[in-house]
Design a protein around this ligand. Structure first.
Ligand SMILES: [Zn+2]
Length: 169
């Protein structure tokens, strides 16, 4: 996998979990420890939003902190560090998670025969379609056999892509 692809994936992941602020913090690439307060002042972003993003990064395994009581104020200070060294590990874990979900989906699509309302109201399995007498209970239109081969191919393609990324990670 090239560097650009890894960067893009990690960016997407952070944005999804820690939001835009998470991405901003991550891309700052701070060289040393920092407190959420320092970061808040430097970026001009509300400290609560900074904290939320940092804890989201922590949940992902991409940040860590140590707590220290401030001698003057007596308050707990959080000293943060971004774990750039964990990037690959986190990516691999998340990709495997996505792959598992896709495999479940694939299994489901392969094992089950689906029927859909021609107006798009619902997608049901064969048993349900039978119960409804192959008529949509919402709009009365017929329920037709759903050809899932295209969807299956798409899922397979996604899994193949993930495998490729994983093998190059
Ligand atoms: Zn319908």
């Amino acid at each position: 996998m090239n560097v650009l692809q890894a960067e893009e994936l990690i960016r997407e992941l952070i944005e999804r979990v820690a939001g835009e602020i998470g991405v901003i913090i991550y891309e700052l690439r701070p060289k040393k420890e920092f407190t959420d307060e320092e970061l808040s002042m430097e970026l001009g972003i509300e400290i609560n939003e900074i904290r939320r993003a940092l804890f989201a990064l922590y949940e992902l395994g991409l940040a860590e902190y140590r707590r220290k009581r401030d001698d003057e104020t007596g308050w707990m200070e959080y000293y943060w560090r971004i774990r750039y060294d964990k990037e690959k590990e986190v990516l691999r874990r998340e990709l495997l998670k996505t792959k598992r979900k896709l495999e479940e989906k694939l299994e489901d699509e392969t094992a089950t025969v689906y029927y859909i309302c021609v107006n798009g109201c619902m997608k049901v399995n064969y048993e349900q379609a039978m119960e409804f007498d192959f008529t949509c209970p919402k709009c009365g239109a017929p329920l037709e056999f759903f050809d899932s081969s295209l969807a299956i191919e798409k899922v397979k393609e996604e899994i193949r892509k993930i495998d490729e990324i994983l093998s190059n990670l």
